[in-house]
Design a protein around this ligand. Structure first.
Ligand code: SF4
Ligand code: SF4
Length: 248
């Protein structure tokens, strides 16, 4: 199903096409794709201004204005659908653009339901512009480096090669330093573990000695007790025998 785009209805569009003259209307990526799929080449209807993609003019009017009417009306850019409702960054508010021939005839409040859509649209344009500019800068800087490398007699090329060589050396030194640190850490860890093991072994030996001493004491106590019991049994035996003799 075809997606319906939010739009502003201009009741004067049958007789007026002022906003299609010397237009600087900015297009989103979605607009560009939609119009391109109609069969128009991108370079044919677009030009870039400070990273924004704007409608191309021919003879001081939008390329799509034919016989005073928009020839792609159903697929016209989103900005054309909102116009003359715009977001003014200077006052950070929505306004009816005073470049519109009938700007005094519009009641801004009637178009309040479109404010959110306009704001989202505008921020989307800025975000797309930023992405585009970043990409261009990256491409330019890659091209400059490539060009410098291909022309080593150029002083800038020598500098770039020198910097890259220094960078490689620093990276290699860093990698070596990281390896050394790792070795040192492992050695320290081994030392610490050995020392801890030794302490544990000494504690175990101490405990074993304590246990053996307890066992020896217990055995000695058992021996003494056995001796004492034996002696008491013998004494009792003696008494029993004496008692028997006395009875006889
Ligand atoms: S695309 Fe259509 S509505 Fe927009 S400026 Fe061009 S002719 Fe006018
Ligand atoms: S200039 Fe204003 S009144 Fe004229 S067509 Fe554009 S929006 Fe409508």
């Amino acid at each position: 199903m075809k997606k319906s785009l939010p739009e502003f209805y201009c009741p004067y569009s049958d007789k007026c096409h002022q906003c299609c003259l010397d237009t600087e209307m900015t297009l989103s990526e979605e607009d560009i794709t939609r119009i391109h799929t109609l069969g128009y080449e991108i370079e044919e209807f677009l030009e870039e201004k400070e990273g924004f993609m704007t409608l191309r003019n021919i003879d001081n009017h939008c390329i799509f204005l034919k016989n005073k009417r928009c020839s792609i009306y159903e697929n016209r850019p989103q900005g054309c659908r909102f116009y003359p409702l715009i977001y003014d960054f200077d006052i950070e508010d929505f306004v009816i653009d005073n470049l519109c021939d009938h700007h005094e005839d519009f009641d801004l409040e009637i178009y309040r339901p479109l404010f959110d859509s306009v704001q989202v649209f505008v921020y989307n344009l800025i975000s797309e512009r930023d992405i585009r500019m970043r990409k261009t800068m990256e491409e330019e800087s890659k091209a400059e480096v490539k060009e410098s490398k291909e022309a080593p007699e150029n002083p800038l090329a020598k500098e770039v090669i020198g910097i890259e060589s220094d960078k490689e050396k620093i990276e290699s030194l860093l990698a070596q330093a990281i390896d050394d640190t790792k070795d040192e850490n492992v050695e320290n860890l081994e030392e610490a573990l050995k020392s801890e093991m030794k302490e544990i072994e000494e504690e175990i030996e101490e405990l074993e000695r304590g246990i053996q001493s307890d066992i020896d004491s217990a055995e000695e106590y058992v021996k003494i007790t056995e001796k004492s019991i034996k002696s008491e049994i013998e004494e009792l035996e003696k008494r029993r025998r004496k008692a028997e003799e006395d009875d006889d």
